[in-house]
Design a protein around this ligand. Structure first.
Ligand SMILES: *Cc1c(COP(=O)(O)O)cnc(C)c1O
Length: 408
């Protein structure tokens, strides 16, 4: 197939219509810059939805990918491999966890986590302890189990019957949890920042309260760090900044820096319930993905990598505040580190996408987190000069949206 014959219209011809991609087709990325098939340049404040934590085509990741690409791609889980062992060692050294299960995506890592939570409760407390409590606004993936645990009805509609034994309650509401939790609860599942649900930070008090209630009822605390993990909040994992230890944690997105991989981390005691034959994945833990992720974690663990996250956030937030002083579109700037949400005021509800589209026209890639929140999640090592020029362009984009709104 000649590239010249392929364009955005091809998408509508040959792809299942579950996405509505933008009209441009990016063909190359380097650091925080992206170029499309027409040669236009974009500044990337989206980072592939918090995936390209080290930007596009980081030279050290490219080297590792090439090197491993000439060594060994895949065996099967009949054999282990050195990159997987190295990555698992790094992850367990750096976190609360003793054991790792590798998958290929966030959804799969969560699927493993929820299955393990059920199995552990069955093994240790009997068949009645199967209930999972999770939160409205939560997002955990698109498998049937993970959309069911996720707290957004729009993602489960039409896929019934759904897995049972799942209760949703409001986020940051300890009283609701106190009411809902019981000795039948096997796990409470939460994101440290409800990201897809609108960049809503868990308060430290809430996180600690959840931990206590889990302990009182022998329920496991599962932290979905698929979006918040691997340096995004300025810590390697967000739980580290909340002063709370989970029992199970999942990681994906930035873990591979753009190469697909997911991981579920837990303690030795809990991991025992995932004995031989209980769960698995053909590609999970393959040497190619693990070699790349091993390098990602190594780079993230160098003090200089995450040192800039806080000041880069301040730079972006100060520019968002400047935009807001002029136009008053945000009621709140939320998130932590380089996961930033600009929650739109009442007047702009449902219109986040307009800002995304206007930004693209000015050559800046941003994201939304639901219809009411503008999301920014760039590379953690985006140069300050790229932030400054991206924010200047974003300010123009917002001017344009406002101008169009007043003439309309
Ligand atoms: C993106 C995301 C997922 C799903 O990850 P996939 O790799 O798309 O399966 C799960 N949980 C959270 C918090 C996410 O942000």
């Amino acid at each position: 197939m000649m590239n010249d014959d392929l364009n955005r219209a091809t998408f509508d011809d040959v792809m299942v219509p579950n996405y509505a991609p933008s009209s441009i087709i990016p063909v190359k990325g380097k650091g925080s810059k992206v170029w499309d098939s027409e040669g236009n340049e974009y500044l990337d404040l989206a980072g592939g939805i918090a995936v390209n934590g080290l930007g596009h085509c980081h030279p050290e990741l490219v080297d590792v990918l090439k090197e491993q690409g000439e060594q060994l791609w895949h065996l099967s889980n009949v054999w282990t491999n050195l990159p997987a062992l190295s990555l698992a060692t790094r992850l367990t050294d750096a976190t609360f966890a003793d054991k790792v299960f590798f998958a290929n995506s966030g959804g799969e890592a969560n699927e493993a986590a929820f299955k393990l939570a059920r199995k552990y409760a069955q093994d240790n407390y009997g068949p009645e302890k199967y209930e999972i409590i999770s939160f409205f606004h939560g997002f955990h993936g698109r498998t049937l189990f993970t959309v069911s645990v996720g707290g957004q009805e729009k993602y489960t509609q039409g896929f019934e019957p759904l897995p049972q034994g799942i209760t949703h309650i409001p986020y940051n509401d300890l009283d609701a949890l106190r009411e809902a939790i019981s000795d039948k609860t096997c796990a409470v599942v939460m994101e440290p920042i409800a990201a897809e649900g609108g960049i809503i930070n868990a308060t430290e008090e809430f996180a600690k309260g959840v931990r206590e209630l889990c302990d009182q009822h022998n329920a496991l605390l599962v932290f979905d760090e698929v979006q918040t993990g691997v340096g995004r909040t300025g810590e390697l994992y967000a739980y580290m900044g909340l002063d709370v230890l989970p029992d199970i944690m999942t990681s994906a997105k930035s873990l591979g820096g753009g190469f697909p991989i997911g991981a579920m981390l837990t303690t030795t005691k809990i991991a025992k319930s995932m004995g031989i034959g209980t769960h698995g994945s053909t590609y999970g833990g393959n040497p190619l993905a693990c070699a790349v992720a091993d390098k990602v974690i190594e780079i993230m663990s160098r003090p200089e990598t995450l040192a800039g996250v806080k000041t880069k956030r301040e730079l972006i937030v100060s520019q968002l505040n400047a935009i807001n002083e002029k136009h008053g579109i945000f009621k709140e700037i939320r998130g932590k580190g380089l996961l930033i949400g600009g929650a739109l005021t009442e007047e702009w509800q449902g219109k986040a996408r307009e800002f995304l589209q206007a930004a693209m026209k000015e050559g800046v890639m941003i994201l939304i987190a639901g219809p009411n929140v503008v999301r920014i999640a760039p590379s953690l090592i985006i140069p300050d000069e790229d932030i400054r020029s991206a924010m200047e362009k974003l300010a123009i984009a917002v001017d344009n949206v406002m101008a169009a709104a007043t003439t309309a």
